[in-house]
Ligand binder design. Structure first.
Ligand SMILES: CC(C)(COP(=O)(O)OP(=O)(O)OC[C@H]1O[C@@H](n2cnc3c(N)ncnc32)[C@H](O)[C@@H]1OP(=O)(O)O)[C@@H](O)C(=O)NCCC(=O)NCCS
Length: 187
């Protein structure tokens, strides 16, 4: 599918007309610590996109040059980045979301694209990804978004399905990153 993978650097700029832009700096969106597989003290909050780069690079672009982890969407004012952070400041979960038309429903208004979902390998299956995704969906709802879509790596498909995403079309192989499937979730 020619829509770009979930975390490649080559992608169109976020569409300005699909949702109300959020021009403010990262607001204090920290959620109360909730039990999540023992990671009760981990907080999920909106952060400047650069905060997500080290984990995004380590998990989604291992071995790639540091600059390749950057997305043009990181610079767009409507982009919202989220991080799960330990009490010592270690970033253990990330995601970004921004307005971009859904490739298979381009006329749909208020569509947002999710990218850069990553949990530290040593902390997976404890609910961190679910909480980061929850913060993403809350944000998009708050901005009037109606649809969130992503190009999911197929090993993450069940994770997204559990969160209400449904696949679209056939999986495809990204030569650099591996198999993907397009997915979306109505809000
Ligand atoms: C996909 C990814 C972000 C999920 O992060 P995570 O923190 O492990 O996510 P969660 O813990 O919320 O959920 C993962 C699994 O743990 C299970 N789980 C969630 N909370 C749990 C808990 N408290 N106790 C035990 N298991 C739990 C879930 O059922 C889920 O199982 P599933 O695979 O059957 O859906 C993570 O696996 C990752 O970084 N993968 C590599 C990069 C990647 O593929 N990113 C997606 C790009 S599209």
């Amino acid at each position: 599918m020619p829509t770009g993978d979930d975390d490649s650097g080559a992608e169109p700029s976020p569409g300005p007309a699909t949702a109300a832009p959020d021009h403010g700096e990262a607001p204090p969106r920290a959620q109360p610590a909730v039990a999540a597989g023992g990671y009760t003290a981990i907080m999920v909050a909106r952060v400047p996109p650069e905060v997500t780069h080290p984990l995004r690079g380590r998990v989604l672009r291992p071995g790639a040059p540091p600059g390749s982890v950057r997305l043009s969407a990181d610079d767009h004012p409507a982009t919202a980045a989220f991080a799960a952070t330990t009490p010592t400041g270690e970033v253990v979960g990330t995601a970004i979301v921004y307005p971009e038309p859904c490739p298979w429903q381009p006329q749909r208004p208020a569509a947002w694209r999710l990218r850069g979902m990553a949990t530290d390998p040593g902390r997976r299956s404890g609910g961190i990804g679910d909480r980061v995704l929850g913060a993403v969906l809350d944000h998009v709802r708050g901005q009037g978004g109606a649809l969130v879509w992503c190009n999911a790596r197929t090993p993450a498909r069940r994770f997204y399905e559990r969160a209400g995403f449904v696949p679209h079309g056939e999986p495809w192989e990204d030569p650099d990153i591996g198999p993907h499937v397009a997915m979306s979730r109505e809000l």
